[in-house]
Write a new protein. Structure first.
Length: 120
């Protein structure tokens, strides 16, 4: 069963939204995987610095600007998530189009708002 959220652009910096999102996902008892530029840990979540071949990703939530996303297009599509969330500042219509062509939902939203309003 696909039930893991992958945070891409994860950071150990507690002031970064990706870090706050990891903490809120864990608080909501949602399984989390994280990928960032540097290894680290946020609560119980290990941040990987290499793309792994996950097989159980339901949602990818992006914390990368559109230019930095380009190197992740094929990787994310290959994970076959149910949906990709584009958080504020990550909106990327080129990638949205690619996701739609691969039958992957895209959502331009804020993970933190979705979690706080029980719409996640």
């Amino acid at each position: 069963m696909k039930n893991v959220t992958l945070v891409i652009g994860a950071s150990i910096n507690p002031n970064r939204y990706s870090n706050i999102a990891i903490k809120r996902l864990v608080d909501k008892e949602i399984k989390v995987a994280a990928l960032g530029l540097r290894k680290g840990t946020v609560l119980v979540v290990v941040i990987d610095d290499e793309k792994k071949a996950y097989t159980n990703i339901d949602t990818v939530t992006l914390y990368l600007n559109p230019k930095r996303q380009e190197q992740y297009y094929n990787y994310i599509i290959g994970l076959k998530p149910r949906r990709v969330i584009f958080n504020p500042g990550t909106e990327n219509m080129e990638f949205v189009k690619l996701l739609n062509e691969n039958n992957i939902e895209s959502e331009i939203a804020c993970t933190l708002v979705l979690l706080s309003t029980n719409q996640y």
